[in-house]
Design a binder for this molecule. Structure first.
Ligand SMILES: CC(C)(COP(=O)(O)OP(=O)(O)OC[C@H]1O[C@@H](n2cnc3c(N)ncnc32)[C@H](O)[C@@H]1OP(=O)(O)O)[C@@H](O)C(=O)NCCC(=O)NCCS
Length: 158
C-alpha cells in the first residue's frame, strides 16, 4: 500500500532519486522545488511505496478538480519494475483520495504503460522536435476540466 510522503519518516533523497526518473529536468534545485510545492500546497499530494522500509515507488498528483485528477509524476525503482507496482500506485492513490477519472501527459517511453493500465492515449503537440507527447485519460472527462489540468505548468512534466 502507498503512504503519504512524510519528510520526517521518509528519505527525501530516495524520493528525489526516483523523481529524477520522471521529469525532463532532473536538477536538484528543481526537484526540491517540486517536492516543496507538492508537499505544502492543498490538493496536491505525493505518495510513496515502501518495500522493507525502502522507498521503491512514488506518485505525485493534483486533485484540485476532484474527483478528476492528474498524475503529475510516477516512478518505480528499476529493480521493482514490471511487477504491477506502478499500476497499483495509481489505483491506491485514487482509492485513498476517493478520486475517479485520471489523466496525464506523457511521452513515447511510458505511453504503453498507461495503455496497459486502461488509459486512452491521444497524441498532442510536442515542444521538442522529433519526440511524441500523449494525453492519456481514463474514465469520463468534461472538456473544461481536461483543459484546466492541461494548462497547468506541472501537468507537462510527467
Ligand atoms: C512507467 C513505470 C512507472 C511503470 O511502472 P511498473 O511498476 O514497471 O509498471 P507495472 O508493472 O505496474 O505495469 C503495468 C502494465 O504496464 C506494462 N508496462 C509497464 N511498463 C511498460 C513500458 N515501459 N512499456 C510498455 N508496457 C509497460 C506492464 O507490462 C503491465 O502490463 P500487463 O499488466 O498487461 O502485463 C516505470 O517503468 C518507471 O518508473 N519508469 C521511469 C519513469 C517514467 O517513465 N515515468 C512515467 C513518465 S514520467
Amino acid at each position: 500500500m502507498i503512504e503519504a510522503l512524510n519528510p520526517e519518516r521518509h528519505s527525501i533523497q530516495a524520493v528525489k532519486d526516483l523523481l529524477a526518473m520522471a521529469v525532463g529536468r532532473p536538477e536538484q534545485d528543481y526537484l526540491e522545488k517540486l517536492l516543496n510545492i507538492f508537499y505544502t500546497k492543498e490538493k496536491r499530494a505525493f505518495f510513496v511505496r515502501l518495500n522493507q522500509g525502502k522507498i521503491i515507488g512514488i506518485i505525485g498528483l493534483d486533485y484540485s478538480q476532484a474527483p478528476y485528477w492528474w498524475i503529475t509524476h510516477i516512478a518505480v525503482h528499476p529493480d521493482f519494475r514490471r511487477k504491477g507496482i506502478g499500476r497499483r500506485m495509481i489505483d491506491d492513490a485514487a482509492k485513498t483520495l476517493s478520486l475517479t477519472s485520471a489523466g496525464l501527459e506523457t511521452d513515447q517511453d511510458a505511453v504503453d504503460f498507461y495503455r496497459a493500465c486502461g488509459f486512452t492515449a491521444r497524441e498532442v503537440f510536442s515542444n521538442w522536435p522529433g519526440t511524441h507527447r500523449y494525453q492519456c485519460t481514463r474514465g469520463q472527462w468534461p472538456e473544461s476540466v481536461l483543459e484546466y489540468y492541461n494548462n497547468l505548468e506541472h501537468s507537462k512534466k510527467v
